[in-house]
Design a protein around this ligand. Structure first.
Ligand code: MG
Length: 271
């Protein structure tokens, strides 16, 4: 029996598969749109209640007076991609937070850079109130974009998602590039909104193996939009995420994405 033909066919198939896999890897590497999810989220408009005042055991990170709990953050969030030593860098001390505080509100100074807390946090309930500009400029991801970076790595997207189509895993409240919110609980631009984020930090053993993934539950304006959702890894703009070992506590970051997004009443309860 002549085995040469089937052997050649099998060998050719193996090389073809490897070639296709490599090509797919390269595509993921260079095309951010491959991880955009355009499945629409229910466009609910929900009337919600009052904002939460800080509980007595909360660490108040911003009470409207100053940025003493904050500092400049190096680089650009999401930051793990392509920045060697990022984890070490965000654990070092940096200069003063370059954003503006006025009338009890802090506002992004576009182009000045991200900010992050001086203190590190892991498992937490984080409360953040935010507002996008009342005058609409831009569209999609260019409209009121900022973000809350848990541990400086995992972004809950801040965006003006009031009648503003974009990929749903990039709209307000999304776990950016990983999971769309269950509903769109956004208020109109210029109105204050809130996130209550219940975060379980990932856990790694001494050899850097992932023992437990990160999980997050999020209320947007008091409405549940994620229920103990498993994070795939740190936020990346391009390609698929995977975990890299990191400490149990890291700073909370806020993103300068070039838009005049404001924040107030930020507090955290460590869990
Ligand atoms: Mg963002």
């Amino acid at each position: 029996m002549n085995l040469l033909k089937p052997i050649l066919a099998i060998t050719f198939s193996i090389f073809l598969c490897i070639g296709v896999a490599c090509a797919q890897d390269r595509q993921v590497e260079w095309h951010p749109e491959l991880t955009d999810d355009w499945t629409p989220v229910t466009d609910s408009v929900i009337t919600t209640g009052a904002f939460l005042e800080p509980p007595s055991d909360a660490i108040v990170l911003f009470d409207g007076t100053d940025l003493s709990h904050w500092q400049a953050a190096p680089g650009y969030f999401p930051s793990m991609e392509g920045v060697p030593g990022y984890l070490e860098i965000i654990q070092q001390e940096h200069g003063p937070a370059p954003w503006k505080v006025e009338d009890g509100v802090m506002t992004v100074v576009p182009g000045s850079g991200n900010i992050m807390t001086k203190q590190g946090f892991g498992d937490m309930h984080l409360h953040v109130e935010w507002k996008t500009p009342s005058v609409i400029e831009g569209d999609g991801q260019g409209r009121g974009n900022s973000g809350v970076f848990l541990m400086g790595l995992y972004e809950i997207q801040v965006l003006d998602s009031w009648q503003n189509p974009t990929y749903s895993n990039g709209q307000a409240g999304s776990i950016y590039k990983q999971k769309a919110p269950m509903v769109n609980a956004s208020r109109p631009p210029g109105e204050w909104q809130s996130y209550d984020i219940f975060f379980e930090a990932p856990y790694f053993d001494d050899d850097g193996n992932l023992i437990k993934a990160a999980y997050v539950t999020v209320l947007h304006n008091g409405v549940l939009i994620h229920h103990r959702e498993r994070l795939q890894g740190p936020t990346v703009y391009i390609g698929l995420s995977h975990y890299e070992p990191h400490p149990r506590k890291l700073p909370i970051g806020l993103q300068d994405h070039g838009d005049y997004v404001s924040f107030r009443n930020i507090w955290v309860r460590e869990l």
